[in-house]
Design a binder for this molecule. Structure first.
Ligand SMILES: Cc1ncc(COP(=O)(O)O)c(C=O)c1O
Length: 376
């Protein structure tokens, strides 16, 4: 049995997600209700009533798999596995492909759910570091330096949680070439793939290199985290290895969840449209707010996703500051310690404009109070 490190981000969410008025720390957009989804996509009650709660299939029922294949896998159904959020896909994939002692190159900072599972398996992590001084821009030369023939897998997530950084199409090609030269697996976590601002979404890498595996989710850009649907696109042999792990964990999804997911994927652009518009406006709001803070907090404008990773320059202990902000101001930010970067915090801007403005207002006051000279 693996020994898991404490999941610091999940622990933070457990403490504060349900206990604040303004969530400006999460990485998703605001969530749809079932009624909204049904109205947007025209899902009738009769369709839902027709669902029979039999077991579904291990890789996903035929309807939802076909829908996912049409949208993301060039119609190749046998390359699709539908999972309980991408969290399950990450767990199954890493356990299927990695063994203790393997060398794995992982972005730093990284979404903890990726790095911690690699660590729990007993692999040796080699960081590919994104640097704030460089606007968090991934440096492909540095990747070349850390990848070697010993590298078993390269783990990336673009657009990136928590910084919002991404690659250009040319850099994505270079990443694939580095992986191919090393013969390494590439885990491409595309949780925010369809939420970009200044450039179109990057092409899916899984059909372009036989050892590339890409993961996606309805939790982030789609505003459906409680539906718990993600997917993995990979060669059928990889999905077969993942199946051997799934047979001891979740077995399959619920047919009701699969019905809704199928309809969401078929109508994806309708579901995404209004969330993208809100994200675009909110990103401008945060940039204006940053400009007004006199350098106390600075960030790099995210290229994708709905979170950034600002530095809080005048706060000596950002984690203590975030605890106080949540308890006293009822505003949730996520301290950078959850990502191993103590001077920073994750700021999420995917929620409603009202909650964002309220949260930013209270954060500005707390920052001013933190910077005020102590009374003597
Ligand atoms: C980059 C990334 N990958 C995976 C996940 C897991 O999300 P879910 O299991 O809800 O699909 C998240 C959630 O925040 C994420 O940010």
């Amino acid at each position: 049995m693996q020994t898991f490190p404490p999941a610091l981000l999940e622990e933070w969410m457990r403490l504060y997600y349900f206990a604040v008025d303004a969530d400006i720390g999460s990485s998703g957009v605001s969530d749809y209700s079932l009624a909204e989804v049904r109205a947007l996509l025209g899902i009738g009650v009769e369709e839902m009533d027709a669902v029979v709660f039999h077991d579904s299939q291990t890789l996903g029922g035929p309807g939802v798999r076909r829908a996912a294949a049409r949208r993301w896998a060039g119609g190749e159904v046998d390359r699709v596995m539908v999972t309980h959020g991408s969290t399950e896909a990450i767990f199954l994939l890493l356990n299927a492909l990695l063994r203790p002692g393997d060398e794995v190159v992982v972005l730093d900072p990284v979404y903890p759910g990726l790095g911690d599972v690699v660590r729990a398996i007993g692999c040796r992590l080699v960081p590919w570091t994104l640097r704030p001084g460089n606007g968090w821009r991934p440096d492909l030369d540095e990747l070349e330096d850390v990848v070697s023939p010993r590298t078993r897998m390269i783990v990336v997530n673009f657009p990136h949680n928590p910084t919002g950084a991404t690659l250009t199409p040319g850099e994505q090609d270079a990443l694939l070439a580095v992986a191919a030269r090393a013969g390494a697996w590439l885990l491409w976590d595309g949780a925010f793939a369809e939420l970009t601002y200044d450039a179109p979404p990057l092409p899916d890498p899984s059909g372009r290199y036989e050892r590339a595996v890409s993961l996606g989710t309805l939790s982030k850009a789609y505003g459906l985290p409680g539906l718990r649907v993600g997917w993995c696109l990979a060669a059928p042999e990889v999905l077969e290895r993942m199946t051997r792990v799934r047979d001891y964990t979740t077995l399959h999804l619920s047919p009701l969840v699969e019905l809704i997911a199928e309809r969401v994927i078929d109508g994806a652009d309708r579901i995404l449209e209004q969330k993208r518009a809100v994200a675009r406006r909110n990103r401008r709001t945060v940039q204006r707010w940053m400009d007004e803070q006199g350098g106390a907090i600075t960030w790099t404008l995210p290229a994708g996703g709905v979170c950034g990773f600002p530095r809080l320059h005048e706060v000596p202990d950002v984690e203590a500051f975030c605890h106080a902000l949540a308890r006293e101001q009822r505003v949730m930010l996520v301290p950078g310690t959850c990502f191993g970067w103590p001077g920073h915090a994750r700021l999420g801007f995917g929620g409603s404009a009202g909650a964002l403005e309220e949260g930013l207002g209270r954060l500005a006051e707390a920052l001013r109070a933190a910077a005020a000279p102590a009374l003597v």
